[in-house]
Design a protein around this ligand. Sequence first.
Ligand code: PLP
Length: 462
Amino acid sequence: MLEHQDRDRRLLPSVHSLLHNEQIGAKAGRMPRAFLKNLIQQTVEACRTGGTTEPTQVVEAVLQQLQKLEQPHYQRVINATGVLLHTNLGRAPLPVAAMAQAAHIATGYSNLEYDVDSAKRGQRDQRVRWLLTLMSGAQQALVVNNNAAALHLILHTLASGCQAVISRGELIEIGDGFRIPDIITASGAKLREVGSTNRTRLQDYEQAIDTNTALLLKVHPSNFRIVGFTRQPTLPELLQLARRRHLPLLYDLGSADLSACSHAATSNADLRPATMLASGVDIVCFSADKLLGGPQAGIILGKNALLQRLRTNPLFRALRLDKVTLSLLEWVLQQKLRGEAGQPLPITEMLQRPTSELRQMGKELIHGLEAALMKWECQVSLVEGSSSMGGGSRPGCSLPTLLVQVSSTRQRLDQLDRHLRQQPQPIISRRDGGLIFDLRSLLDRSELQAIVRACRQWQPGG
Ligand SMILES: *Cc1c(COP(=O)(O)O)cnc(C)c1O
């Protein structure tokens, strides 16, 4: 094996020779040599592990890496999956006007931590904290990098070295392999699990509490639902217990609805921080880029005394928000605060899109696709279906929607799918039986037209 590797290494062109290769030099242009050398070294190493030793192939690999640098990696895509808060697709799309305002502020100097009236130092998060208290009735608010950071800060401050009691039914994975129990442990708190996956009683909490218990933690099961033989204590029951034992109750909501109206398109009674805080929950935390429709951030609401402790934890400084995010968050909260008069957020518009509009969009899309796809033995139809919130929001809750379904052979649909993903603005559809475009998660008519255009250009091979 080792001999093998030595031989491979001898066969591989040297970094030095590649640095002087004419093709590579032409492609690299005026890229500083030190950077080019690093790129060549990385590529040669990847070729060696991949078993490629042929010099022309190695040169080709370097040229490919250089080609990549000519295009941005982050791209706008069209989300036709029907998952409105798709974590892999960046969760909530941000309002154009919010971005414009943030761009104006952030491309110059700003009053981020400067009070213009007094010419003294100001607090960077004062404005968003105020808006959040107005919208939730909370005594105090705090904003950090994301909800995982919020949880980390809270547990590190209030429960480090002590027990945090949580039901086994709420030890969820929040995505990408990160689990609530790991976040608790990483914060220095000791996880005290109670009950079983499907059933936890108030007694289980009661018996777990001892002198080393710092808080009770409740986690919204935002991305799954246990059905059947299940039981969890109600929130009022947990609250009573927390009061009786003089312990704070922390509720990780995951996603939250900060709107004032209770007649929203989806009933979000279980995701309203205002209700939770009014009923006595000490701290709630949630993501700003889920149902709220804002930028990535974690929001913490709750009792003054507790949040004051969070604020003075040195860890808070490591998790603070930047000027762009703060400006975006202010814009979003400001619009929500204005109620009906505020500009609607993209996520709210999609959530509340009426069936009549979905139908109209569906007709338009079918009309455009029939001519483009029928000649390739594809059938196109408008069918009823459901969209989902995704992003760990609202498990089991599905929104009725209309879908444009393309049916054909598996091979044809695979080809079409690939073609759509290779567009300058990739189109991500849902594969579920046929190939599906969910009309609810499309942002606007221009995205319909982009789908039609891409399908018209398609020429299946083989
Ligand atoms: C999404 C989610 C998190 C993680 O939030 P991020 O903002 O992605 O860090 C934590 N807890 C729950 C219940 C969630 O749904």
